[in-house]
Design a protein around this ligand. Structure first.
Ligand SMILES: [Zn+2]
Length: 483
């Protein structure tokens, strides 16, 4: 079998979360009833005049800066002409030869290997309306097709990568890294199910050593990153089979059929000039001065990679912990607030990544809705540090805090969870345990050190888990050595 090299470029469309659409004042709210967020501009009526939404340019510049792109001082909007029922004007306002941002890169890591993927461009465009098809017999009468214009004119960024990606895993890592940056910037909710983030992959293969690119196909309609990875894997295998049997790969657009896990031919690819791009005469060019760009740069949060590096350096976290804690801005902020409230970094990391994450996952919830504030988590860790409660009790306390939102101290009082650090009470429990367990005691004295764990367990059981484990160990060791 001839070795082939896989060449992938990704085009990502991301819906920006501005309050209003890109060229009119209509709301971008996703759940509104069909055709309620519309006006003559986004319905594509003749004679109307669009106006660029300043917030869209601000978000686009922030994304460009985050990707190390060059932000153009001067760019313009263009008309991309084509007919489709969801495009009332018969053209989409986009950017052609002078995009807002060009160049740049994203760092990815696959199996411990770091790689830089180049960014070709970032440009602004408007989303189209949405065709809605109903099936006959759903209480709607016969099958119907309609157009919902709520999405028409929702601002989009198109982010195009260089053909630097060499495998489906690298494509996945690129998408994950890009999504993380967009979420840190808070410019989009990146919800793939609702279509806020859509990825298209341009895929070709070529014999290893060949410099010319092979014929590429474009895969669309993928609703998740793992779907993108599977679609690429399928498409690479399909192209390889064609080439190895002496056939030719056709340049075409293929859709991903998730149910059947295959790509299906949709249409042969039209070339760029078919769109008859020309400058949009109704919008002024976008002229940015340095002060505007610098103001955006100054308002940007610390980005995931920088924060990851700082978490390792400042808090002494290992790479894994830093990766988990910076996976979302919300989690990184939560961690830093917990540490800021006095919790040691490693303990805060362990509780957040372990028990708290598990509680969030079980309740299908997230930190934004979490009743345990970072300061309450820090207060709980302080109770352990001061010996008021044991780590074991804390494992029961945290779910109660999660459920009720009550402060840990209050819950400890209510539930009588205070740790027993009175050595007299513990000594009694230790002597009882020694008396009641002659076998394990004899085992321990005969050198079976693991019998100690059993005896500690008995003391903890007798004290309902409230005995200070450090004291239990000390007293038990002392008492056993007496024999
Ligand atoms: Zn409108």
């Amino acid at each position: 079998m001839m070795p082939y090299e896989v060449v992938i470029g990704l085009e990502v469309h991301v819906e920006l979360n501005t309050k209003s659409k890109v060229f009119c004042g209509c709301s971008t709210h996703f759940d509104a009833p069909s055709n309620t967020n519309v006006c003559p501009i986004c319905l594509g009526m003749p004679g109307v005049l669009p106006v660029m939404n300043r917030a869209v340019v601000e978000s686009a510049v922030a994304v460009g800066l985050a990707l190390d792109s060059t932000v153009s001082k001067w760019s313009k909007m263009d008309r991309k002409n084509y007919f489709y029922p969801d495009l009332a004007k018969n053209y989409q306002v986009s950017q052609y030869d002078l995009p807002l941002c060009h160049g740049g890169s994203i760092q990815i890591e696959v199996d411990g290997v770091n790689k830089t993927v180049g960014i070709t461009r970032v440009h602004i465009e408007e989303d189209t309306a949405r065709n809605v098809h109903t099936i006959a017999g759903e209480g709607n009468g016969p099958a119907q097709s309609g157009v919902d214009f709520n999405r028409s004119g929702v601002p989009l960024l198109e982010i195009v990568s260089e053909p630097d990606i060499r495998s489906a895993q690298e494509a996945y890592a690129y998408l994950a890294a890009l999504k993380q940056i967009l979420q840190y910037l808070e410019v989009s909710d990146c919800n793939m199910e609702e279509g806020s983030l859509r990825a298209e992959a341009n895929i070709s293969i070529r014999p290893v050593g060949e410099l010319k690119f092979g014929v590429k196909t474009e895969v669309k309609n993928v609703a998740s990153f793992s779907g993108t990875q599977k679609a690429i894997e399928f498409e690479v295998a399909r192209q390889r089979e064609i080439l190895e049997s002496g056939g030719t790969v056709l340049q075409e657009t293929r859709g991903w059929d998730a149910a059947r896990a295959i790509t299906v031919s949709q249409r042969s690819k039209e070339s760029a000039h078919d769109y008859r791009y020309f400058p949009e005469p109704d919008l002024v060019p976008i002229a940015l001065d340095a002060a505007f760009v610098e103001r955006i740069r100054a308002s940007m949060p610390e980005l995931p990679q920088a924060r990851h590096a700082r978490f390792k350096a400042q808090y002494g976290l290992n790479a894994y912990d830093a990766t988990v804690l910076t996976s979302t801005k919300a989690m990184a902020d939560y961690f830093e607030t917990t540490v800021g409230a006095g919790a040691p970094a490693k303990q805060a990391a362990n509780w957040i990544m372990g028990d708290l994450q598990a509680l969030l996952a079980d309740s299908k919830s997230d930190l934004a809705a979490c009743k345990v504030s970072a300061s309450d988590l820090a207060a709980m860790i302080a109770l352990i540090e001061h010996g008021t409660i044991s780590g074991k009790i804390a494992k029961e306390l945290l779910p109660a805090m999660f459920e009720t939102g009550k402060a840990p101290k209050k819950l400890v009082e209510e539930k009588g969870l205070v740790q027993i650090s009175d050595s007299g009470a513990i000594e009694t429990a230790v002597r009882d345990a020694i008396e009641a367990n002659a076998g394990p005691v004899a085992d321990f004295r005969a050198g079976k050190k693991q019998a100690m764990g059993f005896l500690v367990g008995q003391v903890m059981k007798a004290t309902q888990g409230k005995a200070n484990p450090k004291l239990v160990n000390e007293i038990l060791t002392r008492e056993l050595s007496k024999g």
